[in-house]
Every structure is written in C-alpha cells, then in structure tokens.
Design a protein around this ligand. Structure first.
Ligand code: ATP
Ligand code: NI
Length: 337
C-alpha cells in the first residue's frame, strides 16, 4: 500500500541482564499508515516502550540487541548508527512522553528549547522565532509570546505537555510516537491533549503510535489496536472489531479489567497473576494461558503457532491452543469461579 509509513517485521529486542541477553520483545510485526492512529496496549512490562524505543534508536548499543527490520518511508532503521539516528529522530519522528518535565531543560526558556528543536534539523535559520510562536499557537497556547519567555517550572502540567507536542511537531514529522502522553494529567486536561493529538493527526496526516493503558483513550483515538503480552503481539484489529469481537483470552481479560467500564458497586475484574519475568518467557508457549483460570492449563500445554492467524478483515490473533476449548466469556466466568 502506498500510504504505508512504518513497517516492522520480526522485531525482537533482547536486553543484557547479569551478563546474559534476555528477550523482551519477540518477533513483532506491525504496520502504521499515514493518517492512522495505532494504539499499542498491554499491561506494564509487556514491551510497549521497548518497541517504541527501537523505532527511535534509543536502546543502548551494548546493553540491547535489536533484530528484524523496521522501515520508515522505506528506510531501514535497524542497525543505524547513533549519528544517523540523531538526525532522523525529531525530523521524521516526533516523540511525546508521559513526563514532560523530565524531557524539558529546566534552565532554558521554552521558546529557546523549541527553537533548538527546529534549528537542529533545518538549515535555514531565518525566522526561528516566528516558527516557534506559530508552533505554540498550533498547540493551543493562548499567549505564545509570553510562554516562549517562560521556564518549564512556570507552566502547568498540561501546558508543559503542549510544549512537548510543539517540540515533537517542530519539523513536521511523518510519525508521532506518544508513550502514555496523558497519564500524568487530570481528566479534563487529558481530554484537551488528546483532542490536540487527534487534530494534528488529521491536519498533518501523520501516523501515530499511541501507547496507553487506558482503553477509554484507545476507543476515542485509535483506528487500529495491537495488544501486546509478554513481548508479543497477541491480537490486532480495527478498534471497532477489537472492542466488539475480542478473540484472545488476554484481550478479553484486558477489556474485562477496564476500570472505566465498571458500574458503581460492581467489583472490577483483576487479571490474576503477573506478566512473566523475561527469563521465564518461552515464546513457543502461549504465555498467557497460566493466567486464564477458567481454562484447564494442564490440557492446553500445546505449543502455539509463531504466526498470527488471519481472521479476515484485518483481524489477527495469535495461538490456536485455547481455541479448541469452549471459551467461557470472561464476564460470565466470574459467577462460575
Ligand atoms: N534497559 C533495559 N534493561 C533491562 N530490561 C529492560 C530494559 N528496558 C526494559 N526492560 C524490560 O523489558 C520488559 C518490557 O519493558 P517495557 O518498558 O517495554 O514495558 P511497557 O509495556 O512499556 O510497560 P509500562 O506500561 O510499565 O511502561 C520489562 O520486563 C522491563 O523490565
Ligand atoms: Ni512503557
């Protein structure tokens, strides 16, 4: 497809822990098209940020081994030198993180920081100030002249996140990676920032990789959803399909455990157990089976297919082992247990 922006194929990442490489990400395949918002969801420790960091070349060369292929606009990123990544980062990919305060320089005026982001990647130094003001205006900052003169600590959390977005947009990137962009913000501010990101995606036709724990955010923002568990994609589908016809037990469990979906007085479903430690991740097994109490694990010890199964309509799911079982809906399961 011609509007293909990011193509990740068999991307694996291993971290050197106590002298040994341990797999944190196992053969991830994902595509992001221009103008598409792809949400990557999964519990803490499932490997979401590890994937994002491999797109941005932020893994340490000695401590992490990245394999497979990631192309952006057709250019291969895996194996690029630090220097090559420096120029490409910010120019082609913009990043928005959870905590803007730690990414901003406390000693530098906002306007200068945005200006620096622009000048690093553009040879023309003319009218940097004008460009800075326009960017601040673009992200909905009402008094851009004044904010350009301010220091980070003088701004609220929501304003700082707007500034980070302005920096991410400074060079009109094709892809924006937003890793928990609103987790640290109040609900009202969160909604404003999400609107802003949505607006940018529409106006600039940028592709967005949105990493979040919040399924409400996914429902509102995402075109496509990829569900990650223990370093693997276990399911991916259009957002509508995923919410209406979740297949993998992990996806079903996540949906069931969504706090925004629970009625007052109702107990929230908690997925039993935890994501396995890296050393315990045998990717030839369905690593989630242990955490589905209503399946008889002993009889489902079968290995699972490496490839995601194509259910049609862009809906993919991993693993056949659990499918031969009469699957009891997670919701009903509560009353059975
Ligand atoms: N630099 C590193 N060295 C060693 N292990 C790491 C490193 N970075 C991540 N890991 C491990 O890789 C796994 C995946 O971590 P990652 O941060 O990608 O998860 P995540 O899905 O982004 O979680 P969260 O939702 O908490 O941000 C975890 O077990 C983590 O401890
Ligand atoms: Ni993360």
């Amino acid at each position: 497809m011609s509007d293909e922006l990011l193509i990740a194929r068999d991307v694996s990442v291993a971290f050197k822990i106590a002298g040994e490489f341990q797999t944190a990400l196992h053969k991830v395949n994902l595509d992001i098209h221009r103008g598409e918002v792809l949400a990557l969801v999964g519990e803490s420790g499932s490997g979401k940020s590890t994937f994002a960091m491999s797109i941005m070349g932020l893994h340490s060369r000695d401590q992490a081994k990245v394999t497979g292929s990631i192309t952006l606009n057709g250019d291969e990123l895996v194996g690029l030198s630090e220097e090559a990544f420096d120029t490409y980062r910010g120019a082609t990919v913009g990043m928005i993180f959870q905590d803007p305060l730690s990414s901003l320089n406390p000693l530098m005026k906002i306007g200068d920081q945005i200006g620096e982001a622009i000048t690093i990647h553009q040879s023309k130094k003319t009218n940097v100030h004008e460009h800075v003001i326009r960017l601040l205006d673009d992200v909905g900052i009402v008094n851009p002249q004044r904010v350009a003169e301010a220091y980070p600590h003088e701004l609220s959390g929501g304003m700082r996140q707007r500034v980070m977005i302005a920096i991410a947009l400074a060079n009109e990137p094709d892809l924006i990676i937003a890793d928990e962009p609103t987790t640290a913000l109040d609900a009202t501010i969160q909604a404003q920032i999400l609107d802003l990101i949505k607006d940018i995606q529409e106006k600039k036709n940028a592709g967005i990789l949105l990493i979040t724990h919040d399924l409400g955010v996914v429902a509102e923002m995402a075109d496509t959803v990829a569900v990650m568990y223990a370093g693997q994609i276990v399911e991916k589908a259009s957002a509508v399909d995923l919410f209406e016809h979740p297949q993998h037990p992990y996806t079903r469990s996540l949906l069931r455990a969504d706090p925004s979906d629970v009625n007052p007085g109702e107990e929230l479903y908690a997925i039993p157990g935890t994501v396995p430690a890296l050393k315990d991740m045998d990717h030839s097994k369905d690593l989630f089976l242990k955490r589905v109490p209503w399946l008889d694990v002993a009889t489902v010890e079968a290995t699972v297919d490496e490839e995601l199964q194509d259910l049609g309509n862009g809906h993919f799911v991993r693993g056949n082992a659990w499918r031969s079982f009469e699957f009891i809906d997670v919701v009903k399961e509560d009353s059975i247990r």
